[in-house]
Design a protein around this ligand. Structure first.
Ligand code: NAP
Length: 310
């Protein structure tokens, strides 16, 4: 294509894209703004501490002098600040609240399901569409194929802006109309993630106490990871879903051998004076289940002892 024709096409395609404002340009907000700019969106940014937004100007963003200016500049307002209290501090202002009427607000700040429902009501009362999202990625994944963001709220608002969501990550999914859904799934997935992260810290403490090379620990963990994946999905999740807690032909291991091996770990930790903060929780769950007669049930039977406090 002739350079002149290409230039016109580029100008046309940028002009056809929606204007988006990103409110909050910390680590994550800046990554969101960069991804939008890379995809050719006219992007305005605002941050309480203006210096943090300024580097985005060199990439083509307009740095707004106030939240009101940012809201007025765009059809879609993406919010990414530290928590919902910060969002309220920024948007619950008479002039800003009237400026968001008729616009779409996408809240990508982390929060609780309850917080998302309250926010949805507040934005509906002020005439704005509202989608609430949970970012399941670090900033380096934003704008890549592996970037996951879960979105809940009106499906039509998501579908109408799917192209913009694709710019933020290859796995940006609408997971339900109920506004608290994304934050609920976020918390459940984080519980899983922290289990793995705190489990790793615990394994490091045990490994170091026994002078195991941590590289060796990493290699052997990688080797047994498929075993753990099988237990997580096939055993714990599928069985809990079906309420199949009694041992049967498909049981991979009952509570009994786990509890036996757990005693070996406790003994080692006692001998090496390793902190028990993490294992005390496991021990309490094991003991409640065993006292209730589940020693020879499938390991998944433990899930009955972690739900609502009894
Ligand atoms: P960050 O770098 O600490 O940025 C926090 C942002 O919130 C800054 O822009 C900060 O403004 C703003 N802020 C805080 N209180 C405010 C207030 N009262 N009024 C106005 N602005 C306020 O944090 P981050 O890593 O970008 O995280 C932002 C959100 O993304 C959080 O909800 C976090 O849970 C979520 N998230 C982050 C990651 C991650 O890997 N980083 C992953 C998933 C989800 P100043 O610059 O003026 O302080």
């Amino acid at each position: 294509m002739a350079p002149r024709a290409y230039w016109h096409l580029l100008v046309w395609s940028v002009a056809m894209k929606l204007s988006i404002s990103v409110v909050g340009t910390g680590r994550m907000g800046s990554a969101l703004a960069r991804a939008l700019l890379r995809s050719g969106y006219r992007t305005t940014v605002w941050n309480r501490t203006k210096q943090k937004a300024e580097p985005l100007a060199t990439l083509g963003a307009t740095v707004a002098g106030s939240v009101l200016e940012a809201v007025n500049a765009a059809e879609i307002i993406i919010v990414n600040v530290s928590d919902y209290q910060a969002t309220a501090a920024v948007l619950h202002d008479d002039a800003v609240a009237s400026a968001i009427r008729g616009k779409l607000v996408v809240e990508l700040t982390s929060g609780t399901p309850h917080g998302a429902r309250e926010a949805a009501e507040w934005f509906a009362a002020h005439g704005a569409s509202y989608l609430d999202g949970a970012i399941m990625a670090t900033p380096d994944f934003i704008g890549t194929d592996a970037g996951t963001i879960l979105i809940s709220g009106p499906r039509q608002a998501f579908d109408a802006n799917e192209e913009m969501f694709r710019a933020l990550g290859g796995n940006v999914q609408h997971i339900g109309e109920e506004p608290g859904r994304a934050n609920a799934l976020d918390s459940a997935l984080l519980a899983l993630m922290w289990g793995a992260l705190f489990g790793t810290l615990h394994a490091i403490a045990v490994g170091q106490a026994e002078e195991i090379d941590l590289g060796e620990l990493a290699r052997q963990w990688t080797a047994i990871a498929p075993v753990v994946d099988g237990l997580v999905v096939a055993d714990l999740i599928n069985r809990t879903n079906a309420g199949r807690f009694a041992s049967d032909d498909e049981t991979l291991s009952s509570i009994s051998p786990h509890y036996g091996a757990f005693q070996h770990l406790l003994e080692l930790m006692e001998a090496r004076k390793i902190d028990r903060s993490v294992v005390d929780g496991y021990d309490a769950i094991f003991q409640r289940a065993i006292a209730a007669g589940h020693l020879h049930d499938d390991f998944a039977a433990l899930s009955q002892f972690l739900g609502k406090s009894r």
